[in-house]
Design a protein around this ligand. Structure first.
Ligand SMILES: [Zn+2]
Length: 141
């Protein structure tokens, strides 16, 4: 994906989000739960699963010389084992798109994972900040 296409896609997600995204961290352990919720009609679970599958495909099909990179550090991700997916979806019930990224196993288990993720988002949205509206997934505004 070219930088221009990527920037346009980020801008489109941002417009749809009106500045508020819900961030879902998804590990392999979450797969069965998400699948069950999706099968029961949970639209958000289906969106998150779809984004994870897209990220998995990107990792597995990336050229050897241009691998998927960790959202938080420059480490290449060539194997999804131990990876945590970071899926940011506009915080609205009719969200149509989102941003799917992967966090390497080292960053995923770091105690400051949320801060690392927020720092990565600030490369795109310099004034991004984390807000907690209610218990549940972390949100970035
Ligand atoms: Zn990393």
């Amino acid at each position: 994906m070219s930088a221009t296409i990527w920037a346009d896609a980020i801008g489109e997600v941002h417009r749809e989000a009106a500045g508020v995204l819900t961030v879902h961290y998804v590990s392999g352990e979450d797969g069965p739960r998400l699948l069950m919720e999706s099968m029961l009609g949970d639209k958000r679970a289906t969106q998150v699963m779809t984004a994870v599958v897209d990220c998995l495909r990107a990792i597995r099909t990336a050229p050897r010389r241009k691998p998927t990179l960790c959202l938080c550090c420059p480490r290449a991700i060539r194997d999804p084992a131990g990876v945590v997916f970071c899926i940011a979806i506009p915080d609205r019930p009719d969200a149509r798109q989102g941003i799917g990224t992967a966090i390497c196993s080292r960053c995923a288990t770091a105690p400051d994972r949320s801060e690392r993720t927020l720092a990565a988002f600030r490369r795109v949205w310099p004034d991004a900040r984390e807000i907690q509206i209610a218990a549940g997934p972390e949100r970035v505004q």
